[in-house]
Design a binder for this molecule. Structure first.
Ligand code: ATP
Ligand code: MG
Length: 482
């Protein structure tokens, strides 16, 4: 069994081998690093398993490296970590774990190599190489992990029921690895997940989120979501997405299955963008369809207002999943809110003012919004897809044209509230807002150009309409403020 190591990796592993034999303990390189290397991928996180004291091994290794990297010890977990030469090396003592029913915190005792490999989640993660002073030694494969790696199979090393009941997070890890590596979950392991799915409840949302984010970052995240659905895991943390599933039929009219539609949009978007938050927007863009679904005699199935109701559903979902509530949440909310707007612009009669309004509302995120809209075309009819894409291309061109002329994308009001207050010698009040809004509306409508002088005139006009009198030297403000 051979793997390709860089010079740095080789030196480090030889050092660990040398130090471990001096200490009279056995050390192995194990887990994700071995798996990824055998798959020919690069991997910067190295897991070292020490049959003995892993923390002592880490300290001794650090002492032999010239720059003496800092050893971070996690006493509670009996692990230690150091960083050197761009590698992150984690040391863990071989352990035997036993779990109680309602906690994922095990009772940990020192164990043998076999004990430690037994507690690993999947056969492909339980492969190891013994470390010797001259490099990699014996290859350890107790559960047929190498064959599973070749066949592309995710399988638990022991009975799935035991693996998943000990630590239910492993069910999500199975889905995530299947998605990341493009592997199949073995039939027995899959059945084990279905059986234990409800145990996912004891896992903290932070851990769930981490796995969700890794699924979201995959090339084709639909694979992960279909598995989350078929195993029954999804409703425990994203019931809104589960509810998108299903088709209703009335009077011979059915609507599309919004779960599969959403996943198609997510994949199409992921082909074009690795922006994780835009991917979340794709996942959530139709989230309110079940809530807004109606059957109208004249029109068939409708989902009126699903963009607005959906936007409101974004914050609670982010909160539950412990996703960041600041800019990322606001961005996703905005995308869900606006996802139908560009469609209106594909119509022949769409006005410049509609283009300006969308530019104003989307601002810097207009390109992301268009990517989302293009991904939202999931028609099976290639002619239609082509036509819709061409339409969006035209919308893009119009946006460029309008933006060049009117500069709305990063719009700042040409007249500030301060200037309005000076012009009429008034304090902050509703009237300031009324005048500001009138200027913005006139610019977006195209009644006046997006320029200072025109806005200044409108300010005076609007002011007099609402009974305000300008100061005597109001024209002089022009010179000061422009
Ligand atoms: P990645 O780094 O891409 O998440 P990985 O396999 O390296 O994948 P880590 O979380 O870094 O995963 O863990 C390293 C190794 O520790 C795994 O390969 C596995 O052997 C073991 N491991 C990690 N988490 C668990 C778990 N919840 N249950 C059992 N074994 C685990
Ligand atoms: Mg890792």
């Amino acid at each position: 069994m051979n793997i390709k190591l860089s010079k740095k990796e080789k030196e480090l592993l030889q050092l660990v081998g040398r130090v471990s034999s001096e200490l009279g303990v056995s050390a192995y390189v194990v887990g994700g690093y071995v798996r990824d290397k055998l798959l020919g991928k690069t991997c910067k996180d190295i897991d070292i398993l020490c049959v003995g004291d892993g923390i002592q091994l880490a300290n001794e290794v650090s002492a032999r490296i010239e720059e003496r990297p800092k050893v971070t010890v996690f006493k509670r977990f009996g692990t230690a970590m150091l960083q050197t030469n761009g590698l992150e090396v984690e040391f863990v003592g071989a352990r035997k774990e036993s779990y109680s029913k309602d906690s994922r915190k095990p009772i940990v005792k020192p164990g043998t190599l076999q004990d430690d490999l037994n507690r690993r989640d999947f056969t492909v993660n339980a492969l190891a190489f013994k470390l010797r002073a001259d490099g990699l030694g014996e290859f350890v494969d107790k559960f047929g992990g190498m064959k599973d790696l070749e066949d592309g199979i995710i399988r638990t090393p022991v009975e799935p029921a035991a693996t998943f009941s000990d630590d239910p997070l492993r069910m999500l890890r199975a889905v995530r690895f299947a998605n990341q590596l493009n592997f199949e979950i073995s039939e027995k392991t899959l059945a084990g997940i279905v059986k234990s799915a409800s145990r996912i409840r004891i896992i903290s949302m932070e851990r769930v989120k981490e796995e969700m984010q890794k699924i979201m970052a995959c090339g084709k995240p639909s694979i992960g979501f279909k598995l989350l659905d078929s195993t029954g895991l999804l409703p425990y943390f994203l019931p809104e997405i589960s509810k998108l599933k299903g088709v209703d039929k009335r009077k011979g009219i059915s609507h599309k299955d919004n779960f599969y539609h959403t996943l198609e949009v997510l994949d199409r978007l992921s082909d074009k963008s690795s922006d994780i938050w835009l991917r979340w927007a794709a996942l959530l863009h139709d989230v309110a369809k079940p809530k807004t679904k109606r059957f109208e005699e004249a029109h068939g199935w409708t989902f009126h207002g699903h963009e607005m109701v959906g936007a409101k559903m974004v914050p609670p979902i982010f909160k539950r999943l412990k996703l960041p509530m600041g800019q990322p949440m606001r961005f996703v909310k905005k995308m869900v809110m606006l996802h139908l707007r560009p469609i209106a612009l594909t119509k022949e009669e769409a006005t410049d003012s509609a283009v300006r309004r969308l530019l104003f509302d989307a601002g810097e995120d207009i390109d992301s919004l268009l990517l989302l809209c293009e991904a939202d075309i999931t028609s099976k009819n290639p002619e239609k897809v082509k036509r819709f894409l061409t339409n969006y291309q035209k919308v893009r061109e119009r946006i460029v044209e309008v933006e060049e002329r009117d500069k709305i994308r990063n719009w700042q009001p040409p007249i500030s509230g301060e200037l309005i207050m000076k012009a009429f010698d008034i304090k902050p009040s509703r009237n300031v807002g009324i005048i500001k809004d009138a200027i913005r509306e006139a610019i977006l409508e195209g009644d006046i150009p997006n320029e200072f002088d025109a806005a200044f005139e409108l300010m005076l006009q609007k002011g007099s309409e609402i009974g305000l009198e300008p100061i005597k030297k109001v024209e002089a403000l022009k010179e000061q403020d422009q």
